[in-house]
Design a protein around this ligand. Structure first.
Ligand SMILES: [Zn+2]
Ligand SMILES: [Zn+2]
Length: 159
């Protein structure tokens, strides 16, 4: 009688060349509806001064977050832009405090959220191309933008 506790394992081999998917390009697009909560005008935000102060203090020495990793060959010339990495200013009134506390403990009132939004924890310097261009944080899908930190020329402006 065979010992049923012994599991027969088939040898594992890698994909043969015929099984690999050839390099290819594929146009990407996405369209969806965003629900922006009511928010004050940017100029009326009491924490806008924090954004401006941070911008003034570091803009001369800042480098592009993507360029720091994959190289600056694709970075655009011109001044760097200060991106809200996690929550945009216009969304602050919609922030679920419990959800935010999950990653940023200690932020437990709306006033603290406004201050946090305009703080280094939520800022990221990007060149215009990696901010608003085809490979931008506001343009490319999150998964693609994340991967573009580590893959040269992953996103091309030509669809
Ligand atoms: Zn860049
Ligand atoms: Zn941005």
């Amino acid at each position: 009688m065979a010992d049923e506790s012994v599991v027969k394992v088939e040898p594992v081999s890698g994909p043969t060349p015929a099984q690999q998917v050839a390099a290819h390009s594929a146009a990407q697009g996405h369209k969806y509806l965003m629900h922006f909560p009511a928010h004050p005008a940017r100029k009326d935000d009491p924490h806008y001064v924090d954004f401006n102060a941070y911008h003034r203090k570091y803009s001369k020495t800042a480098t592009c977050f993507i360029g720091d990793r994959v190289g600056v060959d694709h970075c655009s010339d011109g001044p760097l832009e200060l991106h809200h990495a996690h929550v945009e200013f216009s969304l602050q009134n919609g922030v679920d405090l419990k959800a935010l506390e999950h990653d940023y403990p200690g932020i437990s009132d709306p006033e603290a959220v406004g201050k946090w939004i305009e703080s280094e924890a939520n800022f990221r310097w990007l060149c215009a191309y990696h901010h608003r261009g085809a490979a931008g944080a506001h343009t490319a899908a999150h998964a693609d933008w994340e991967a573009s930190q580590y893959i040269q020329g992953l996103i091309d402006p030509k669809p």
